[in-house]
Design a protein around this ligand. Sequence first.
Ligand code: C5P
Length: 309
Amino acid sequence: MLPLVARDYGGWCQVWAPAKVNLYLRVVGKRPDGFHELATYMLPIPLYDTVLARPAAGISLQCDDPSLPVDSANLVWKAAALLACRHAPGCGAEIELRKRIPHQAGMGGGSSDAAAALVCLNHLWKLNLGRTELKALALELGSDVPFFLGNGPAWCTGRGENLTPIAPAFGTNLVVVKPREGLGTREIFQRLSAPNLPGPVGEFPDPEKKADQAFQNALGQTTSALGKLLRNDLQVPSCQMLPSLDEIRGELVAAGVLGVVMTGSGSAVVALAADASKAVSVAQRLKSAWTPSGPGAVYVACSAAGESR
Ligand code: C5P
């Protein structure tokens, strides 16, 4: 994936905001600040929201999804207000958010929109802030926001903000199934029973580090090796909240994929298919055969080895 890029477009500045999936998410433990220390692998996928902005007096937001707030409860609005407060006092913008990424899905839609708003307004207000300065603001907005200011697939630690870019050595062919019901990140973390960390990470033995290493090694091997190591420690509380996730997983396994895992705190589930045509046929099967509560949406996201997303 190319880093988020600001383009001038008919009097507006426009930034495309991609979705992400987590193919691995290990909760290392609970930190003294209440957040959880994570070891996770995130991959952008080519499903995009769009953030547009043009100069105006004050900050205003419109969104084509009427179920989302357009006031200070929206991360885009928060991003604009934070940037103006810290670096651009008196600057304003009329902002438009066009939604395609489902929310409460674990696909990073709100976080990506916030990162796109920072990039868009940095350009519109001619602030010339570098990625490091933007990333510091991004982490104040949410744990996943800094990822979207990176350069694509990355191994992420801390709350998710310490990024090490690693691209798979092979093409990835993903099917993403979003049930109608969504899940809230805060509630899922609250339901998780994770051990309190005894001290700063790195200062105590972490036997599960071997699992992280095995996953990273598989990124350099084959898609079938990777399929066996998909993991998400948030699946237990998420499946308790939404038992239909187990049914979706069963449907995907029966369709013959290489691995299935929930993304983020859910509710979307990701399957890794052997190739692009398999991904398309699995998606078709899920769309037509899956009826109990019905998926809200099914997406296919394919990339060749080394291809920028
Ligand atoms: O950082 P963000 O606002 O996206 O997180 C939403 C909620 O998820 C936090 O309030 C926290 O309860 C939980 N969370 C966590 N550990 C993380 C990320 C999120 O406990 N690494």
